[in-house]
Design a protein. Sequence first.
Length: 508
Amino acid sequence: MTWLLILSLLVPMTTAAVTFMWPGRSESKGYISIAGMVTLCIISLILLYNVNTQGTLSNQMGGWQAPMGITLIADLFSAILVVVAAFVALAVSIHSFSDIGEEKVNGGFHTFLHMLIAGVVGAFITGDLFNLYVWFEVMLISSFALLVLGGSKIQLDGAVKYVAINLISTVVLLASIGLIYGLTGTLNMADLHQRVPMVENQSLVSVVAVLFLIAFGIKAAVFPLYFWLPASYHTLPISVSAMFAGLMTKVGVYALIRTFTLIFPGEHDSIDIVLLVLAVVTMIAGVLGAMTQTDIRRILSFHVIASIGFMLLGLGLNSTLAMSAAVFYMVHGILIKALLFMMAGIIGRLGGSYDLSELGGLYQDRPGFSILFLIAILTLIGIPPLSGFWAKVMIIEAGLASSDYFIIAMVLLISLITFIPLIRIWSEAFWKSAPAQSTHNNKRSTDIAPAALIPVLGLSLALFWIGLQPAWLIDAADRSAQSLLAPQAYIEAVLSDATEKVLPEDQS
């Protein structure tokens, strides 16, 4: 079933090409886009089923035996993320009917969207560092195109900040890859797991590990280089913001987890404290930044940053329980961030503005949607029995197991502070009376487009189900964590009969 790995890349890339060349109306391009995303969802589910039942799947492209060729590989961790990414991309494709006009569709929206998801999936299933860099570049180019689509001044301003800092990350990443290749003679991640400990100059290995931390940390919006995110996400159409908020930073977190569990596991003793400090400061910066904003999209953008800190805690604590919490939180974080941005789009259309001072009275007009939004923000905060509760409980349990009481205190404190800006959205946009006079009154809409509501309901049901039935995801996250911290199955799936040739003597 290793052909599933190739299909998971070919489907979005083929769909991108078809939507680019399709001569029909923009609406037909949207239906082609949805069909492509549905196909990707089916393939990703089959891939997850096979990984879950058969173990890690690996494909050596072109018949070249690893570590010489290009490796595609899916373990349980990456297979779970491919499924979640595919379903979020499907939700975005449906939602785009409500806020992406004909001009942007004809400008290549669906093409760039599918190339973006191809980059995301490629980053999740690649087995070597250079191709990880390539897929990051695919994401960067596609995301830049989506950022500037429409050409408004505010979009261009956000795009410049976004691309400038990500280009710095790209340069650091490429330099890191060059250094690790010079030290080991390989870029295959499974092969690097075995060769890095044999490098004589371990001090230089530590330097390279820090460079990878910087490169992937920028892409994950880790403190202090996170300012590009709130400066750009609010300038985008909601469909694009939802896609970015749900997936882009999580790919950076994935790369950090994969790198520091597979390639640099020996560096944890020296870098765990750095990761924990960065995690805590990132959480604090995110929630404090959210408290200073009045635009709903900027508030949610800062919460994207705060959530990255929670995920980094799992890597920094460096235990099976902590890593399991990070995997669970990634799934929860991808879904809830995409959902909240889509809901913000509905609020903006109903209220005619995203500024809290211009909003009000939505509960009286739309009580059902108001309750749904309240449940969503309670999910993010972590109120039981919603999915965010289980994610944070797992992090607290990991802190208790390692006696990191300061981390536990910070998780509880940040969760409480998170409540303040989110409940302010509820009180200002929904509970208070609508402003008597507003320059945005003429922009208000009385209807919620079905294309906007369907993905919101779908993601809400998914999160509600995870909250009520968390055992299956907790189990999957736990098994993912075990394979991340003991990656022998991953290595054997890639190197197979070549394993014994490259294992150091004490591991043979």
